[in-house]
Write a protein that binds this ligand. Structure first.
Ligand code: NPQ
Ligand code: MG
Length: 370
């Protein structure tokens, strides 16, 4: 298929509820949607970079730049028959994984629509529905946090992740654990601690957590390996794993026992599946992380989480947890067993709604430039 047109849409959608992590509180999700056209078909991808360089150095602005000046020119007008063709065309680009992933994933969607295959089928998914949980942000008070968790448990979420930071950790986890003694529970520090906090983090061993996610520096593996030796609870790396190579390095030195796979952070479905395969070979469980995506990104996460070694619940909640009016349909809902059904395709299985997209657009661009 020859890629004849590429569209970029910078969008903004208000959250249903503000989302606070150790790096700050946000009220709306900015994102970039990319659309690739060939043979009268359109494939969609979502760039999960944030408004600012807090979770990652990538931002909406850097992704827009790298897409416009390097990635779109490398793909526009090219003959593509498989995702590997896109990976090859982007191989000169260092970093900027979220920008690369958005275009590569749009091509996966395009190829799936052309071939009548779902993303899950293309990736090798084995589950019709995937176990999911919810990521609960930091709240102004413990009472408000407990009310949030209560609402999600009542809605049927069978696994909860709490965001933690110094001053919002042991007491909060203890309170949630006392109220829900059997609830599968995990925490995510988004790099808010150092090795000097090892004793404090070891106190979390008392609460039977599934894992502690990215407690230390966002690019660290060495200190995480030292910390893992002092913790009973498995460390799960998120921010530190930028590629399949990083995954291998982390496992080789014992920096973690679990990996959070985010398709944007590692540069697309191709790399995400490679990390899945490596971890499966090594007997290391993976799970699908979330970036508060629209239904476009969420559909891709569900397809990825259908792979066999995604054995822990993903940060993939129902559409209603995120936005009032998503830009794509259908919305995803939670099944009674805390799973979400993997879309059946073709491609991602969701359709972008033009009027919803138009209402959310901040700026847009179409290539070739008129
Ligand atoms: C995590 N996600 O696992 C991330 C953090 C995160 C669901 O906890 C804009 C840009 C919004 C980056 C929201 C969850 C974000 C973001 C959350 C990163 O660490
Ligand atoms: Mg995380």
């Amino acid at each position: 298929m020859r890629i004849t047109h590429i569209h970029l849409y910078h969008i903004s959608l208000p959250y249903v509820h503000p989302f606070e992590t150790s790096f700050g509180r946000e009220l709306e999700r900015e994102a970039i949607l990319v659309a690739v056209e060939a043979d009268g078909l359109t494939g969609w991808g979502e760039c999960v970079a944030g408004s600012g360089p807090w979770y990652s150095y990538e931002t909406i602005g850097t992704a827009w730049h790298v897409l416009v000046d390097f990635l779109v020119p490398a793909l526009l007008g090219q003959e593509i028959s498989q995702p590997a063709d896109v990976v090859a065309r982007f191989s000169r680009v260092r970093g900027h994984a979220m920008a690369r992933a958005s275009l590569e994933n749009a091509v996966w969607d395009l190829l799936g629509r052309a071939q009548g295959l779902s993303l899950a089928q293309m990736l090798g998914g084995v589950r019709p529905a995937v176990p999911v949980g919810v990521s609960v942000g930091i709240e102004p008070t413990l009472d408000e946090l407990l009310a949030q968790v209560e609402g999600y448990v009542a809605a049927g979420y069978g696994r909860v992740k709490l965001k933690i930071k110094p001053g919002w950790d042991v007491a909060v986890v203890r309170a949630v654990r006392e109220r829900w003694p059997e609830l599968p529970l995990q925490v995510d520090a988004n790099s808010a601690y150092t090795l000097a906090d090892a004793a404090r983090l070891a106190e979390l061993d008392a609460f039977d957590l599934l894992l502690i996610e990215q407690p230390l520096h966002h690019d660290d593996m060495v200190d995480h390996a030292a910390l893992q030796r002092r913790l009973r609870t498995p460390i799960c790396l998120d921010e530190s794993i930028h590629s399949p190579q990083h995954a291998r390095w982390a496992l080789d030195i014992g920096a973690c026992r679990i990996i959070n796979v985010k398709v944007g952070r590692v540069g697309g479905f191709t790399a995400a599946r490679q990390i899945h395969d490596l971890c499966a070979e090594r007997g290391v469980p993976v799970w699908c992380g979330g970036m508060l995506e629209t239904n476009v990104g969420r559909a891709g996460n569900l397809a990825l989480a259908a792979l066999p070694n995604f054995t822990l619940p993903g940060d993939i909640s129902a559409s209603a947890r995120y936005f009032h009016h998503d830009i794509a349909a259908p919305d995803f809902t939670l099944n009674a067993d805390s799973t979400i059904t993997v879309p059946g395709g073709p491609g991602s299985g969701v359709q972008v709604l033009p009027e919803r997209l138009a209402a959310a657009v901040v700026r847009s661009l179409v290539f070739p430039l008129g």
